[in-house]
Design a protein around this ligand. Structure first.
Ligand code: G
Ligand code: G
Ligand code: MN
Ligand code: NA
Length: 254
């Protein structure tokens, strides 16, 4: 209960901060984007993990305001990087199921993108399969609305949820983010390389890109490359970084 009232207060203060984690294409050795990840610097508890407060924010409905802040802040940061000439092709933000289902979503995204002046295809929304189960027609309508705005769409934690292939072919998405559970043991596993390869083939057939999450070692990256997944994200490249450190990371690469 304490955490809930703290979360309510944090929303209108400045206790939230976005960290950014780069995504790399091994084929070109280029940073292709960055994922924005929210951090809550609580005045007495210290850093509270989103794994802890996002579920609470979902239950209480506070997620709308937190998500609105996240999206606007991500746009503000990207606009700044474009202006400074920092070569960051795109920025993604995570959407939880309740944000995705909210009737205000498409209009909100449209108005923030319009106001920011950012080319919409440089923004990406990461959705989990769980956000899209239930009413599939409704999910497809929302996804089409977002594509109409021009933002990119990805399915996060792909392979752990419920999306059937029949649904997947109807989703106007751009990228499958291969869940890190398939990456973790890929070097030793007798099954996980084949699972990754199958996801890559499926994505290719459907016209989607892939990126692997949670890549921590060069051996994992090499196994992924053998399965033709060259886009990676994880501690091997960088941990999620506060803005100044992320900018330093980007400057050091050029
Ligand atoms: O950054 P970290 O690994 O601690 O994130 C934990 C979880 O919180 C991940 O599932 C991530 O997708 C989620 N998360 C991080 N930032 C946000 C955010 O801004 N909005 C939503 N809805 N989820 C987020
Ligand atoms: O659910 P989502 O994929 O958005 O979760 C992103 C979370 O994964 C963030 O909390 C981030 O801190 C975490 N993360 C990012 N890279 C790695 C990694 O290489 N290994 C592990 N274990 N976690 C990672
Ligand atoms: Mn994510
Ligand atoms: Na994920």
């Amino acid at each position: 209960l304490g955490l809930e009232s703290d979360l309510r207060r944090a929303g209108n203060g400045d206790e939230f901060e976005l960290y950014f984690q780069p995504k790399l294409d091994l084929a070109t050795d280029r940073v292709i984007g960055a994922e924005a990840l929210i951090r809550w610097q609580h005045p007495t508890r210290g850093m509270v993990s989103p794994a802890e407060f996002i579920p609470l924010a979902e239950e209480t409905g506070l997620i709308w305001d937190i998500g609105a802040w996240t999206f606007m802040e991500a746009c503000r940061r990207l606009a700044g990087w474009i202006e400074q000439g920092i070569p960051i092709p795109s920025v993604s933000v995570n959407l939880s199921p309740r944000q995705f289902q909210d009737a205000r979503l498409v209009g909100f995204v449209r108005s923030v993108v319009d106001a920011s002046g950012i080319p919409p295809d440089r923004l990406e929304l990461e959705l989990t399969e769980g956000a899209m189960i239930g009413d599939i027609e409704k999910a497809v309508t929302i996804l089409n609305g977002l594509k109409d705005v021009g933002v990119r769409l990805s399915i996060d934690d792909f392979g752990t949820g419920y999306s059937s292939l029949a649904y997947l072919k109807r989703f106007p998405i751009d990228t499958l983010k291969i869940d890190r559970s398939f990456v973790r043991d890929i070097v030793k596993s007798s099954t996980d390389p084949a699972i990754v390869g199958t996801i890559v083939n499926l994505a290719e057939s459907l016209g989607f890109d892939t990126i692997a999450e949670g890549v921590e070692t060069v051996e994992q990256a090499e196994m992924l490359r053998q399965q033709r997944c060259t886009r990676i994200q994880g501690y091997l490249i960088s941990r999620p970084l506060p803005v100044e450190a992320f900018e330093a990371f980007m400057r050091a690469r050029v």
